[in-house]
Design a binder for this molecule. Sequence first.
Ligand SMILES: [Zn+2]
Length: 311
Amino acid sequence: MADFSRFFPALLALLLALLIPGARANAQLWPMATITCEDWRLFRDVDFLRHQATLDSLNPCISYEPFVAGGIEWRLTRLQQGPLIPREAPLVVVLHDDENAALTGALGLLALRDVQVVMLDAEESRLWGGVDPNRMFVDIGAVVASCPHPLNLDHRFAAAILRDWTCTVPILSLHSNAPGFQGDGEGGRGSISMLAAKPHQQAFPAAPDLRNPRLSDPDNLIYMAGPTPLPGPLQSALLEPLRQTGLNVLYSQINPMKQDCSLSDYLTLRGQSDLYFNIEVEAGDTAAALTMIRKLMRVLDQYHEPQQTRP
Ligand SMILES: [Zn+2]
């Protein structure tokens, strides 16, 4: 069994080799993701004022696309480096408007590479219209007994957020969480921590990174999800590179009967959890958010690159 783990990278490469050429062919057939650029200076969102210097230097293409789902008008904004991005660009999602470190991390990645950032404006709150946007993802046939807003569930929500995602490239969801965890004896308030893995979760702590000691903080972690008690083959192959680069990983098994209509649960039920990565940082830890998303993408690129290289 110990030896078998050596073959996971090869298995991953094989699976991606099967997957990626198809994605490439599709990417060539499909048009590039296109948005209509608007002047961000005209937007009301205070996040744009907070990040004015960043946006001035980035000069991103920003598109305001409000939509109605579940009886609520959601304020959705897409950001790209320009009006066109290749279909194979990762999708970066910031669902909670009060989690400023998450948005900072997303903008940091946008400065580095082609991605589409999707963010929701909820006037700096977690909820909008009394509803948590990360409990709005629903598919036909899903059991929604554990979803807190059953009356608002509407498939148009996921359709709008994921409109330009090709289902073949990584989707990165960024969040921040309160420090510690309830019951840690230090007044912790958070609900997600490497030190508080629930029975359906497995914690894989990072190797220490002396240059980035904050990365191994138990509140900073890459959250993965899936249908099985342990990470699947593709996720398992990424575990060791992620840990070696200094990132904590927390894996969660999703029970279809208790799923909560979050993005992680929705993608797991659709069989797409291999492409889902949730970056959780302690509230306010913008440095960790920026470093973690960069390191995560570097690891993911290593596995995608062999299929992209020259003839
Ligand atoms: Zn969040």
